[in-house]
Design a protein around this ligand. Sequence first.
Ligand code: ADP
Length: 178
Amino acid sequence: MFDASPVLWFTGLSGAGKTTIATEVRKRLLTAGVRTELLDGDEVRSTLSSDLGFSRAHRDLQVRRLGWVAGLLSRNQVLVLVSAISPYRETRSSVLRSLPKGLEIFVSAPLAVLEDRDTKGLYKRARQGEIQNFTGVDDPYEAPDSPSLHLDTSTEALEECVGKVLRMLSKECSIDVF
Ligand code: ADP
């Protein structure tokens, strides 16, 4: 049997840069001929998890579903990038532990920066009370204690973040795309 492929799990607040970085890393991997799939939390919520809301139980179920799909793909030698807020530390850790090669990537920026960026206009709507249970505003986010990698997108440019992820893949998994 072949070994399972890595799962890169991008966690962090909305707008932190998870999908932007994961998409760019994926492009670099595809160009190098590495089979990959990106599981975007928002996309999965509109399909597989369209029955779920934003309670703690539903958020945890979303993370478990993402982990399950990621596990299936990774054992078929597809490198998986998961981009999802995944706010609860214990659930995230237990899903990551269940994967043969799960690497946690914490993508962060100060809340003030995210509210200023507000690319999707969601923080404004949350502050105005149009959206409830919005992570970082009126719902908790538990940062990882010891992620495999921590990227601060308020101080590190996109290309720098991508480079760090690729270097980690080279070091931890011997996947070289440079
Ligand atoms: P998330 O997936 O975490 O919700 P997105 O990737 O959808 O966040 O959005 C992040 C936004 O922040 C994008 O508009 C992106 O252009 C911007 N941005 C600014 N600096 C960076 C950076 N260093 N890395 C990634 N995204 C950044």
